[in-house]
Design a protein around this ligand. Structure first.
Ligand code: PHE
Length: 340
C-alpha cells in the first residue's frame, strides 16, 4: 500500500515538473488533488486497513498531498514568471513616439478682441468700469437726453421687463452711472465694455452683442481730443497707416455728434470690396457730451466738457479678422473658435 502511495507521489511530482503551461498545470492539479483526484481518492482506501494502521496511513496521504500541492504552487510561479519574461522580451516600447496630445482650449475671439481694445485704452490712461445689463429706463434713455416719447428711441428697440426696466440697448448708460458716482470730480476717463441687446437679427446684427463705450470729461476737452484719441486707437488696432474721418451725425446725448470711419486697411483707401469702394470703413459713433447730459449727472457744462464714443466689439473683430458672418461668433463651432 505504501509502495503504491509512493509511486503515485512520484508520478504526480514528475507530471507537475513537466507541465508546459498554466492550463496544463491546472488540469493536473484537478486530476490529482481535485475532489475526485487520484491523491484525494487514497483516503477512500482507509476502509480496507486495520484500525491500527489508519493513523499512519492518513498522515502519509496528508504529507503526499502537501508535497504535491507545494510542487504545483512552485511550478505555477515559475511558469507565470516565464510567461511574463517572454512577454517583456516580445514587447518593445518606442519611448521616442509622441505622447497623447491634450487639446487645450483658447480664448473666445470676442474676449480676445475686447482685451486688445482695453489694453489700448488703458495705455492712454483710461479706467475700465462695468455696468449692469438689466438697466433702468432712466440710465439707458432719460439721463442720456432721450425722454419717454423721444423719436430717437426707435433706433434702439429693446426687450422690456417693465415700463422702467429693460435690457440695455447700448453701453452709454454707464456714462450716466459713472458721472453720478464721480459727483462732479474731474477728470473722468473711462471705458466700459460689455453686452448689449437690441431687436435685430441678421448676418451683421445679433440681438445680443458687445460694445465698448468711452467717456472723457475734464476742463477744456475738445473735439480735437476726441479725434486724436480715436486716431491713436485706430492705428494701434488696425495698423500705423490708418487715418480717421469724422462725418456729421446725430445722437441725443452728444452735440455735435460724429460717425467715425477709418481708412480701409484692406486696400489702403483705394477702394475695395471690404470698404464697398469708398476707401473708408465706419467703426463707431461719437461726439461732444451734450450739456444737458452733463447737467443731469451733476456736472456743470460751464466748467467742463467732454467727449464720448461707442463701438461694436463684434464689428471690430469682424473687420480685423475678415469674418463675414457675425453669427459664427455665437455658434460655438470649435473649428471656427480654434482659428484665433
Ligand atoms: N450709444 C451709441 C450707439 O449705441 C453710440 C455712441 C456712444 C454715440 C457714445 C455717441 C457717443 O449707437
Amino acid at each position: 500500500m505504501q509502495q503504491k502511495v509512493a509511486e503515485l507521489e512520484a508520478k504526480a511530482l514528475a507530471a507537475v515538473a513537466a507541465a508546459a503551461d498554466e492550463a496544463q498545470l491546472t488540469e493536473l492539479k484537478v486530476a490529482y488533488l481535485g475532489k475526485k483526484g487520484e491523491i484525494t481518492q487514497l483516503s477512500r482506501m482507509m476502509g480496507q486497513l486495520d484500525a491500527a494502521e489508519r493513523p499512519a496511513f492518513g498522515a502519509l496521504v496528508n504529507q503526499v498531498k502537501s508535497s504535491v500541492e507545494a510542487a504545483v504552487a512552485a511550478r505555477m510561479e515559475s511558469l507565470q514568471a516565464a510567461a511574463r519574461n517572454a512577454r517583456l522580451q516580445a514587447e518593445t516600447i518606442d519611448v521616442t513616439l509622441p505622447g497623447a496630445r491634450f487639446t487645450r482650449g483658447n480664448r473666445h475671439i470676442l474676449s480676445l478682441v475686447q482685451q486688445q481694445m482695453e489694453e489700448i485704452f488703458i495705455g492712454l490712461g483710461y479706467q475700465v468700469v462695468q455696468g449692469p445689463q438689466v438697466e433702468y429706463d432712466y440710465y439707458n434713455f432719460e439721463a442720456l437726453n432721450l425722454p419717454k416719447d423721444h423719436p430717437a428711441r426707435d433706433m434702439q428697440d429693446s426687450f422690456y421687463f417693465s415700463p422702467n426696466m429693460l435690457l440695455r440697448t447700448h453701453t452709454s448708460p454707464v456714462q450716466a452711472r459713472t458721472m453720478e458716482k464721480m459727483q462732479g470730480r474731474l477728470p473722468v476717463m473711462i471705458i466700459s465694455p460689455g453686452v448689449v441687446y437690441r431687436r435685430d437679427d441678421d448676418a451683421t446684427h445679433s440681438p445680443m452683442f458687445h460694445q465698448l463705450e468711452g467717456l472723457v470729461i475734464d476742463k477744456h476737452v475738445t473735439f480735437a481730443d476726441l479725434r486724436g484719441t480715436l486716431l491713436a486707437f485706430a492705428r494701434q488696432m488696425f495698423g500705423p497707416e490708418r487715418e480717421v474721418r469724422l462725418r456729421p451725425s446725430y445722437f441725443p446725448f452728444t452735440e455735435p455728434s460724429a460717425e467715425v470711419d477709418i481708412s480701409c486697411f484692406n486696400c489702403g483707401g483705394a477702394g475695395c470690396r471690404l470698404c464697398k469702394g469708398s476707401g473708408w470703413i465706419e467703426i463707431l459713433g461719437s461726439g461732444q457730451v451734450h450739456p444737458r447730459v452733463l447737467e443731469m449727472s451733476g456736472y456743470d457744462p460751464e466748467q467742463c466738457s467732454g467727449f464720448a464714443f461707442g463701438m461694436g466689439i463684434e464689428r471690430v473683430a469682424m473687420l480685423k479678422y475678415g469674418i463675414t458672418d457675425l453669427r459664427l461668433m455665437f455658434d460655438n463651432d470649435v473649428r471656427f473658435l480654434n482659428s484665433f
